[in-house]
Design a protein around this ligand. Structure first.
Ligand code: IPE
Ligand code: IPE
Ligand code: MG
Length: 252
């Protein structure tokens, strides 16, 4: 199989990127698989399949550009409300992706991580994730975080419960609670906030993604459906990001 990380394709100069200002953390809401499939009279499952191919390409491009954290929203806490067979397809695709890509990801320094409550995922997914996380745990080139059974509100409620229980069992005092402490109780513990959040497919909403972490993220939307999202689209998003003035509430 073609090694996606080592393709000889020329580095594309289409966008004049400042390599010293590559976002440290890019988070993507991978949306539009269903609409992509509909456009071509294919079942939704084919859209999800095509979406997996985009993951391979975008991971490779993000790695090449020096992005250190890439978070992909793959399944939300609300996505359980979809038809059972679609949920099943998504779970199966995840297992296939992990099994197929693990070796190459590992060889290229990808560290895999999960955000979300994996205990509710099918056992097969849990096992594949466990293997992927364990195999890649010491890699440092790029962190690839899959948001799976992830919901921003669920994450915050969970943090509140964990903090409460640590206060009850004497590990914490109420006075210790501050923003830095809350962050330690989120799924994203230790991961910097996303600099750039990308949502393809034309929707301009967060859909319960990284609610706490997006306080100062830059948003970038595109009408392209995820299966059609290409490396150049990632470069375009980064180029736009580099033209933004991030003030963080201050005066320049
Ligand atoms: C994203 O594509 C995949 C998941 C949400 C899991 P969609 O399935 O939401 O595609 P659309 O929005 O129906 O086009
Ligand atoms: C967000 O997409 C979730 C993922 C991409 C995993 P949705 O398609 O579920 O979001 P809505 O329903 O359009 O807000
Ligand atoms: Mg959608």
């Amino acid at each position: 199989m073609l090694n996606i990380f080592k393709s000889k394709k020329e580095f594309n100069q289409d966008f004049d990127l400042d390599m010293n200002n590559i976002p440290n953390h890019i988070a993507i809401i991978m949306d539009g698989n269903g609409r992509w499939a509909k456009e071509q009279n294919l079942p939704r499952s084919m859209g999800h399949r095509a979406g997996v191919e985009t993951i391979r390409r975008i991971l490779k491009e993000a790695t090449r550009l020096g992005v250190k954290n890439l978070t992909l929203y793959a399944f939300s806490t609300e996505n359980w409300a979809r038809p059972k067979d679609e949920v099943g397809t998504l779970m199966k695709l995840l297992v296939t992706y992990l099994k197929k890509e693990l070796k190459e990801c590992h060889e290229n320094g990808v560290r895999m991580n999960v955000l979300g409550d994996t205990s509710k995922l099918p056992k097969e997914c849990q096992n594949a994730l466990e293997e992927a996380l364990e195999t890649t745990r010491n890699n440092t080139k790029i962190n690839l975080n899959f948001a799976l059974n992830y919901g921003g509100r669920n994450e915050i409620v969970r943090a509140i419960k964990l903090i409460n229980s640590d206060i009850k069992n004497g590990k914490l005092n109420e006075e210790d609670i501050n923003e830095a402490l809350v962050e330690k109780y989120l799924y994203t513990k230790g991961i910097p906030d996303p600099d750039l959040i990308i949502r393809p497919s034309g929707e301009q909403r967060l859909s319960n993604f990284l609610l706490w972490q997006c306080a100062y993220s830059e948003f970038w939307y595109s009408d392209i459906n995820w299966p059609d999202f290409k490396e150049k689209d990632l470069r375009k998003a980064i180029a736009d990001y580099q033209n933004r003035d991030r003030r963080f509430g201050k005066v320049k």
